[in-house]
Design a protein around this ligand. Structure first.
Ligand SMILES: Cc1ncc(COP(=O)(O)O)c(C=O)c1O
Length: 466
């Protein structure tokens, strides 16, 4: 910590925070007796708090966001130069970085063609939902309005995205929700017994799990279902990758019943899963909508986008004589140029530094280390994920798969913290299932960083579970 631009004594900041800030997803009672954690500075994989304590960040800013790591001067400079020249104009007009980032992004997404700028993952998902509803009215006489979402998936914190929320603990007490959002079952191999599929493996299992979606479509009536919204790898719901065979079958089902496929890449997008730019690209599927946020500019600016195909785009310009016949939507801050300026530079860094490849290699190391810990700690029931996006599910009993108590999972996080390593866990997601440790270090992680993270987990598991 250089302390250059900040007072070393942050007591005023702490007092201001305690008096006036309402933190996210946080029970504040604890701050009556304790100070909040204020993160003052970051460089690479590390951050420093108000006490000068150094932390190794294994969760990219807490919520899988800072993909290229902290303290990137070139992104700061790109944003600085851009906002001095032209900070904002409503997105009914274009901007220089908006056009250039859209072009660069589309190069990475064969089959997609149009980029809609917004501010958050929730908002990007809402835009796709609105388009699905408008398409239902324009093309299907108002019938195909239903949007399917999956148990354990999360699409945001607004009321419409919570209506498509598969994590009950996020939703409780916030209803009633919007109509015509319909849940389909999860695709989690480790808990396949919940679907009575213990006897199935591999591709057969994947196909059977995808067929659960078809069952819902048939129950609801295919002429009422407009879209299916899925995370490529479920994040906060437990870091869940679908079994082999799932995605090709999902694609077939969507085609067969004329259901638009909306892939939520808010976490997976921009390299998090390694090798490919997007999670869905591992599975050879062709979405109609792709939404992304978090890693798009690694948190250096607030930017999210919704990307569609030219086919979807064309549905909104077919009759220019009708004043209602276009996407009548706006997002004020979708016109901020800082977002695409930062996103362009973020993408350049990922390309020039070979971070997709590093993510694959370091992800394999992280997986290997966690699997090795499984040998030692019976409490690890399952290790899963893709790239630098891994989860380790903690269970009290490997045979029954009884989830480990949440208090103990939290104690593991605290014990990692005591060693200066920040890890995460599924948090207020599915009742009784806040038991998966989450790891999402920046894509710049080195072998040494990965080993430090898993060494801390090893010590923490021993301290908490013996
Ligand atoms: C998969 C997924 N979709 C959407 C969102 C919502 O994004 P935001 O918090 O930017 O609104 C999140 C946030 O965690 C997410 O994990």
């Amino acid at each position: 910590m250089d302390g250059n631009h900040l007072d070393n004594d942050l007591s005023r900041v702490i007092a201001a925070d305690k008096a006036n800030v309402w933190h996210h997803l946080f029970q504040h009672k604890v701050l009556e007796e304790n100070d909040p954690r204020i993160i003052v500075e970051g460089k690479g994989m590390r951050v420093w708090d108000q006490n000068g304590k150094e932390w190794l960040d294994a969760v990219s800013g807490g919520v899988w966001t800072v993909n290229v790591g902290y303290g990137r001067e070139s992104i700061a400079k790109a944003v600085h130069d851009q906002i001095l020249k032209m900070c904002y104009f409503a997105q009914a007009a274009g901007s220089v970085p908006g056009a250039l980032f859209a072009e660069k992004l589309i190069e990475k997404m064969p089959g997609m063609s149009r980029v809609y700028y917004v501010n958050s993952g929730s908002e990007a998902n809402e835009k796709a939902f609105k388009m699905v509803r408008q398409i239902a009215h324009k093309k299907y006489g108002g019938k195909k309005t239903k949007i399917l979402y999956r148990d354990r998936d999360y699409h945001g914190s607004t009321l419409a995205t919570m209506s498509a929320g598969g994590q009950q603990e996020r939703n409780m007490q916030y209803g009633p929700f919007a109509p015509d959002f319909i849940k389909v079952p999860h695709c989690m191999e480790y808990r396949k017994h919940e679907h009575g599929m213990e006897h199935l493996e591999g591709e057969e299992l994947g196909i059977a799990m995808a067929n659960l979606i078809e069952e819902v479509i048939l129950q609801e009536g295919p002429d009422t279902v407009g879209a299916l919204c899925l995370e490529p790898v479920t994040a906060g719901g437990g870091v869940i990758e679908a079994p082999e065979g799932y995605w090709p079958r999902v694609q077939e089902i969507c085609k067969q019943y004329d259901v638009l496929l909306h892939i939520d890449e808010v976490v997976c997008g921009i390299g998090r899963t390694g090798t490919e730019w997007f999670g869905y690209q591992h599975y050879g599927i062709k979405p109609d909508f792709v939404t992304m946020a978090k890693g798009v500019a690694s948190g250096y600016a607030a930017i999210a986008v919704m990307v569609t195909t030219e086919e979807v785009f064309n549905m909104f310009k077919d009759d220019a004589s009708d004043p209602m016949n276009y996407f009548r939507d706006i997002s004020t801050f979708g016109g901020c140029t800082a977002g695409p300026a930062a996103a362009l530079e973020n993408m350049r860094i990922i390309e020039d530094e070979g971070l997709l490849e590093n993510c694959t290699n370091m992800g394999a190391r992280l997986r290997g280390n966690l699997e090795a810990l499984m040998e030692k700690h019976a409490v690890i029931g399952d290790v899963r994920g893709k790239g630098l996006f891994m989860g380790a599910e903690l269970v009290s009993d490997r045979d029954t798969k009884e989830p480990a108590p949440e208090a103990k999972v939290q104690a593991v996080i605290a014990e990692c913290g005591a060693q200066g390593v920040i890890i995460g866990a599924t948090n207020r997601s599915v009742p009784g299932r806040n038991n998966t440790l989450c790891f999402s270090p920046a894509l710049i992680a080195t072998a040494d960083d990965i080993d430090k993270i898993t060494e801390a987990v090893d010590v923490a598991l021993t301290r908490v579970f013996g």
